[in-house]
Design a protein around this ligand. Structure first.
Ligand SMILES: [Zn+2]
Ligand SMILES: [Zn+2]
Length: 229
């Protein structure tokens, strides 16, 4: 069994709701691995705390946004992964995955939809850091519905949350696929690289047969003791 350290960088507002979304997709991913007999599990290693001082203002055509520079985030995650590995020598783990509630930016100021949508991978030798922003997956009306008190608004909020979680789960499976060497795929498959959120919504949760076989082989291969390879 291979483990992937899992963490998230929280927001200051609506933390309860963010937590619900994060842990539902965490459970959803582990259930997916289990049901598909993939010897792979996420291991929750606690929420990641970043100093608010690292937050920077970025001016985009849609206005000012607050974000963490990616360079800071990946460094902190790399350090966290090293720490976790040191404390858990009994399990096999060389990857860390983080969800952020913030848009991901680098010093190169503004990322377009496509780049924002896809996660970021950084490798340090055998170790891999993965970051996926929850931000682009969030249905735009969700935050507006948060304070809603009437029945109709609450129903729309629940529905919006389900859409949010499904999009995110597919995003997570997409990044996991990349971390085991999968490329983009034209099929109805989470390894598809969509050009819009509508396209992403039309994709079924899961890998197509060919991607699944490649993934399973890669996961099982990495599970094989080094000396027998
Ligand atoms: Zn991709
Ligand atoms: Zn595929």
């Amino acid at each position: 069994m291979e483990f992937i350290a899992f963490t998230y960088v929280g927001n200051f507002i609506s933390d309860g709701l963010i937590k619900e979304v994060v842990f539902d997709v965490f459970d959803g991913a582990n259930r997916f691995f289990e049901e598909n007999s993939l010897p792979l599990r996420f291991l929750y290693v606690g929420k990641l705390k970043l100093e608010p001082g690292y937050l920077i203002d970025i001016y985009t055509p849609e206005g000012k946004i607050r974000a963490y520079p990616l360079e800071v985030l990946t460094e902190v995650l790399h350090a966290r992964l090293l720490n976790e590995i040191e404390g858990r020598s009994d399990i096999r783990m060389n990857k860390i995955f983080a969800l952020t509630t913030f848009p991901l930016v680098s010093r190169n100021p503004y990322l377009d939809f496509f780049e924002k949508f896809m996660g970021i991978h950084k490798t340090h030798g055998e170790l891999r850091v993965m970051v996926l922003s929850m931000n682009p997956f969030e249905p735009p009306e969700l935050s507006r519905l948060l304070g809603g008190s009437d029945e109709g608004e609450r129903t729309r909020l629940r529905r919006g949350l389900e859409i949010f979680k499904t999009r995110l789960l597919k995003g997570i499976l997409h990044e996991i696929g990349h971390s085991f060497g999968l490329e983009h795929c034209p099929n109805n498959c989470v390894m598809n690289s969509p050009s819009s959120m509508d396209e992403w919504d039309s994709i079924t949760i899961g890998y197509c047969d060919s991607c699944f076989i490649s993934l399973k082989r890669a996961v099982e291969w990495s599970d094989f003791p080094l000396e027998n390879r």
